[in-house]
Design a binder for this molecule. Sequence first.
Ligand SMILES: Nc1ncnc2c1ncn2[C@@H]1O[C@H](COP(=O)(O)OP(=O)(O)OP(=O)(O)O)[C@@H](O)[C@H]1O
Ligand SMILES: [Mg+2]
Length: 606
Amino acid sequence: MTETSAEPKPTWRARAAGGLRRKMIGRLLLEGLREQGWLYGVAVLAMFAVAASSAATAWVMEKIIDALNSSDRMRVTGVALLVMAIFTAKGIANYIQVVFMSRAGNHIVARQQVKLFQKLMRQGVSFFNLTESSDLLMRVTQSAQAARGLIDLIVTAAVRDTLTLLGLVAVMVYQQPLLSMVSLIIGPAAIFGLRIILRHVREIMQKEMASLAEIIKVMQETSNGIRIIKIFSLEGRMNGRMEAAVKQVEARSNAVSRLEAITSPLMETLSGFAIAGVVWLSAFGSFGGAVTTPGQLMSFVTALLMAYEPAKRLSRMRVTIESLSVGVRMMFELLDQPETMTEAPDAVALRPGPGLVEMKNLRFSYRDGAHVLDGIDLTFPAGKTTALVGPSGSGKSTLLNLAMRLYDPSAGSVEIDGQDIRGVTFESLRAKMSFVGQDTFLFSTSVMENIRVSRPEATDEEVYEAARAAHAHEFIEALPNGYATQVGENGAFLSGGQRQRLSIARAFLRRAEILLLDEATSALDATSEALIKDALATVTRGVTTIVIAHRLSTILEADRIYVMDRGRVVEGGTARELLDQGGAFKTLFDQQFGGSAGVAAGGLPG
Ligand SMILES: Nc1ncnc2c1ncn2[C@@H]1O[C@H](COP(=O)(O)OP(=O)(O)OP(=O)(O)O)[C@@H](O)[C@H]1O
Ligand SMILES: [Mg+2]
């Protein structure tokens, strides 16, 4: 359960250098603006208004002070109205900006999540074998948020903060040109201090993401494996893993906060110096011959103080970009993953046919190295039942995986009615097939819906019929809500045999021309198994059936039986022929039926 947790996942976590990051941000902005251009357009217009009204706020200070000094009522009233107008405009502009930015941002999150998920749906099974589900969960939920954050930050910084700063500096220069020079020299000094901080933030954020993924993984494994955890007393170990992951996140969050926190005092101290300088210089009255009124000085100091916030945000922008771009990179990595299993560009629909399945010199390995299938040449005649038997791990399930094109062979081909399945559309290929797997999977919904997934347009009556054939109807009727009963997460409210019967009903309902059964009745008692065997005889009439079974009693009547061993077919024939040969099948048979071998064999068809 924990063996693989420390192992780093496949290499698709290439580091993004500065240039790559710029490219990535460029792409993000381009995509975002292309899709949400007009929302951002409105937000940007509002930002112009915000910047202008901020500058006006500082500028109007001069008018206020001078008006108050003049004790001219008309003038005071005029200034008061002006102040009201400026602040109203600022409020409205702020509101519009926030609403439109949020809309655009929320839309980007939604779009990216859908895109990420659609990408996952296009991936082949091998991609999911190699990728931790917790890692995917992280990427789909977190990285889209980061994308939004990054766009927000850049648009806000580039437009609102920059414009506001420019506006305020303009007011400063207009009111006190010389003092402005002094303050503007001190400001940029702060930027240098930030450079040092930047280097660490990215690294820490990356590790924090990894720890977050570990937390999700521990939660998933706890939820899925709670019984094993209890039975083998693994609570302590799980607690330990969770604590370790949580502590790591805590430590890293602290490190990031510490680094980010340094930037504020740095800037604040420096702006304190600037203001002190202004006060001190202005105490010496006019210098350079310029005459300073109290109003001008007030307006200047206001602009200087107001400039602090946008300047701070702009100077910290790089730090924030660093941390957000980790998430954005995770997103693009997932979106750019080569698709492991794709339809041929010139794929055609599978031609209608009787359902003859041929495997020609098939070789396959899940990973580089040992062949799991090693030169399989098999024909599964249309409309007949062919059984596969053989020891555990000999490659039986793998053979079905290749027949369904969940994986592509490394050599050789699978053909259906003479058509290589790599050249046909997934839709037409899958429409041809139905499948009951070794491990059942049920969705967390009603019994009815679980059966109906194989043919959504099926009527209720057809669902009942399939359930009857799978000997599931009786137990379903006895459930508290019958067919409307919820089955729980992966069928948690049902017994193993009940789950399996639902899977069989689901496969029957599909009425496909090719039926693949991998240990489809292994969880059933002997009586149910015998009943389903009878039902199968009816359902599989005229259907190309490939059935895998360890219990030989279920396949003795197959039209043909193949024995597999270590990725090869070692024997083939009817049960009678194989028993007469006295090879591997005979050995298996004798092991299972022991003394009653003669009795069991007695009922065999010739
Ligand atoms: N997803 C996978 N990734 C890597 N190796 C796999 C994978 N699935 C199966 N294998 C390996 O391939 C070999 C064949 O597995 P397969 O599931 O085809 O055996 P099987 O004949 O169906 O066995 P059983 O009777 O136990 O179901 C095994 O050695 C197994 O370890
Ligand atoms: Mg198997």
